[in-house]
Design a protein around this ligand. Structure first.
Ligand SMILES: NC(=O)c1ccc[n+]([C@@H]2O[C@H](COP(=O)([O-])OP(=O)(O)OC[C@H]3O[C@@H](n4cnc5c(N)ncnc54)[C@H](OP(=O)(O)O)[C@@H]3O)[C@@H](O)[C@H]2O)c1
Length: 259
């Protein structure tokens, strides 16, 4: 495969658009998500449009066995990825005391454990080949405590801290690690997170998943450490450095309190 890139969560939203951007740049792709019909449709259109090779894998990444099986399958196919894009993730809006534990646990497994595990599995071969790109999906949520989405925001803070540390460890290896931090973006995220009535998603002209994907791909290729999408979001992350964390938690409480 030509400079293959693995993309998790490629069946919708930002991951789907990242697959389109990577294929347009000539990368062969390995796509994983649970909705295989979506992946197969994307595979057909990308192969037809760009002449790249696309492999798909149906799997639930919250499950450690699935991750090992996916890794073994890519080994069997002889794939050493040039890129690993850990994009799959989800959130849920609710007071923490009322959350469904199985859902919160799945969020931790997907947003944190799967991202870390896949990075651990693929990184040695990327270092050995002396080149590679890791793009880990965080959010501007990584920069502040998020009342009523406490676990989601904390999971993204983990992604930022983990990836930033990794970026320094990787200096001089030819492999880079980038944290992508979008703000609210058009995708299926809002509906799945029960955030239909949250003001930040009401804003006109929300960036599309395609906008974020183009920006994320460019940041990954440049080996940028932290990539915050959009001027407003960049300013917001600067403000989070100035305000006390209690104030930040109150702001998130007031802006995303469930109805
Ligand atoms: N949209 C936003 O406002 C926003 C802002 C900042 C950061 N983000 C982050 O961007 C990433 C992509 O989200 P999105 O906005 O594109 O939302 P999305 O449209 O809901 O896409 C989420 C993707 O993750 C996959 N996924 C979910 N659970 C999975 C599981 N257990 N195993 C494997 N794949 C799974 C989904 O595929 P299947 O359901 O087919 O498995 C889907 O392809 C997430 O990490 C999210 O936290 C989003």
């Amino acid at each position: 495969m030509a400079k293959p890139i693995i993309i998790t969560g490629a069946s919708s939203g930002i991951g789907y658009e990242l697959a389109k951007v990577c294929a347009a740049k000539g990368h062969d792709l390995v796509l994983i998500a649970r909705r295989e019909d979506r992946l197969l449709g994307l595979k057909d259109s990308l192969q037809a449009a760009h002449g790249v090779q696309v492999l798909t894998y149906r799997g639930d990444l919250t499950d450690a066995n699935t991750r090992y099986q996916f890794f073994d399958w890519t080994q069997f196919k002889g794939i050493t990825p040039y890129g690993l894009i850990n994009n799959a993730g989800f959130g849920a809006l609710a007071p923490f005391a009322e959350t469904d534990w199985d859902q919160q646990n799945a969020m931790l497994q997907l947003n944190i454990v799967a991202l870390t595990h896949l990075t651990r599995l693929y990184l040695p071969s990327m270092i050995a080949q002396g080149q590679g790109r890791i793009l880990n999906m965080a959010s501007i949520a990584a920069f502040l405590p998020g009342s009523y989405m406490a676990v989601y925001y904390a999971s993204k803070a983990y992604v930022l801290s983990f990836t930033d540390a990794l970026a320094t460890e990787l200096e001089g290896t030819g492999v880079t690690a980038t944290t992508l931090c979008p703000g609210p973006t058009e995708s299926e995220f809002q509906d799945k997170a029960a955030m239909q009535n949250v003001a930040m998603f009401d804003a006109k002209n929300l960036p599309t998943s395609g906008d974020v994907a183009i920006y994320g791909y460019q940041a990954m290729e440049k080996g940028q450490r932290i990539a915050v999408h959009g001027t407003k979001n960049k300013m917001l992350t600067l403000v989070t450095r100035l305000l006390p964390r209690k104030k930040l938690a109150e702001i998130s409480r007031d802006t995303q309190k469930p109805a």
